[in-house]
Design a protein around this ligand. Structure first.
Ligand SMILES: Cc1ncc(COP(=O)(O)O)c(C=O)c1O
Length: 431
């Protein structure tokens, strides 16, 4: 099925989210490569400080991926068999996998009904009915970079805990005195609520620096700490770093810099994981963070252009990007074409592909995927997530785009949509 050609269809390929690697990044990586120290060391330590300052938090810890760090956090909090972790069904598999890796139970929550109360995010009202004596962690997801309104969730959790005779089942949970609010902020670095960066609202917020993310270190991630005062952020940071390096009491840099006869010796305090960040990754991250304000501005401008192009176009339901309190990080431009059924949405993606425009879908609700279906998660229990998914299309949004590229995407989406409608059986409207 071809989109009728227009003079604008120049067929310059438009990728979905190619990384933006500038000369400064290449120089920074070269500097580290030539420095003689390439694994976790001074660059990672500096990046952690800069991230904490950027997010306005007590501390940050870097790691090899969102997945690695989230796993380490669940271990630190003592999550294991018998524990429940509340998370949305509308997310990437990583959010649930880290729970399953610990033998705990992911409690998958459908999007709020009716759909689109808060973009593709969970609300407290959607989460609340799923709280139980076994709830150990609540893990909302900032889908596409739109920040979940979690400002008062910790207070609500405290009230719930008091009224439900809560009992901690790990030492760290006893210190917290309630379930942990762990934000999946994989998409939302630089988003804000009431002018405060994401990272400062939840107990812990985990960002991803995977290759397609707004800020990339090829693979990587970071957690920012904003725990109650009963925790010492420096100590928690040390513990998380230790757990991300096999539970070793000293990392390679501390062993290297230690003096004395037993400088080489270390203990293994807990059977930790291996997901530390290298200094090569941190060097990339530091350059990207220094220019991140400008990068975000460009993303906002491009997304504004999409908004303007699709505004007042009947089938288009635009992503939530700003309200009186919140600002997105514009990680994804997640458009919904509400008059299309799933197969038609798929056709539309294929038509874009045929003119070298890459698009994607965020997300396939987890119960549609074999690993979770086999564990008893049933798509029928997630009608809102399925409805959101069926007509969602994520359009290219990255720093290589210019306005004319965005205009070409908008034009092509509208033309492809018209082709799809024209091919329907007369009188039918499947959506
Ligand atoms: C919502 C969400 N959570 C978690 C992850 C996992 O991130 P990472 O690849 O850094 O482990 C991703 C990655 O795309 C994601 O989209």
């Amino acid at each position: 099925m071809d989109v009728p050609s227009s003079p604008k269809n120049t067929r310059k390929p438009i990728g979905f989210a190619p990384p933006f690697i500038d000369d400064d990044t290449i120089r920074a990586v070269e500097r580290v490569l030539r420095s003689g120290w390439i694994t976790t060391g001074p660059e990672t330590a500096a990046f952690e400080k800069e991230l904490a300052a950027y997010c306005g938090t007590d501390a940050a810890v870097c790691g090899g991926s969102w997945t690695g760090l989230a796993g380490v956090i669940l271990d630190w909090f003592g999550v294991g068999p018998g524990d429940e972790v509340i998370l949305p069904s509308y997310t990437y598999c990583a959010t649930a996998n880290v729970v399953l890796h610990r033998g705990a139970t992911p409690v998958m929550v459908d999007l709020p009904s009716p759909l689109n109360q808060d973009g593709f995010n969970l609300t407290w009202d959607a989460v609340f009915p799923h709280l139980s004596a076994r709830t150990k962690v609540i893990m909302p997801v900032d889908v596409g970079g739109w920040p979940t309104c979690i400002g008062d969730w910790t207070t609500k959790l405290e009230h719930w805990t008091t009224s439900h005779g809560f009992q901690a089942n790990s030492e760290v949970q006893a210190t917290l005195g309630r379930p942990l609010l762990l934000l999946d902020a994989a998409h939302s670095l630089g988003a804000s609520i009431d002018g405060q960066s994401v990272g400062a609202q939840a107990d812990l917020s985990v960002f991803s620096f995977h290759a397609v993310k707004n800020l990339t270190t090829a693979e990587g991630g970071a957690v920012t700490l904003s725990l109650p005062s009963s925790f010492d952020p420096t100590e928690v940071g040390k513990k998380l770093r230790m757990l991300s390096l096999h539970g070793q009491s000293k990392d390679a840099a501390s062993k290297y810099h230690a003096s004395g006869r037993d400088a080489w010796r270390y203990d293994v305090i807990a059977p930790g994981f291996k997901c530390n960040m290298t200094d090569i990754q941190a060097a990339m991250g530091r350059v990207a963070l220094a220019r991140y304000g400008a990068d975000l501005e460009k993303r906002h401008t491009l997304a504004d252009r999409y908004d303007a192009g699709f505004a007042n176009w009947g089938p288009a339901h635009l992503p939530k990007r700003r309200d009186e309190r919140r600002q997105t990080s514009d990680h994804l431009y997640a458009l919904r074409l509400t008059d299309l059924i799933e197969t038609e949405r798929n056709d539309l993606i294929q038509q874009l592909r045929e003119v070298d425009i890459a698009a994607n879908v965020h997300f396939q609700p987890l119960p549609l995927l074999s690993a979770y279906a086999q564990r008893g998660h049933d798509p029928k229990d997630h009608p809102e997530a399925l409805a959101a998914y069926a007509c969602e299309i994520s359009l290219p949004l990255h720093l290589h785009l210019e306005f004319e590229d965005v205009d070409r995407v908008i034009d092509t989406v509208k033309r492809a949509h018209a082709v799809i409608l024209s091919q329907r059986t007369p009188g039918s409207n499947p959506a």
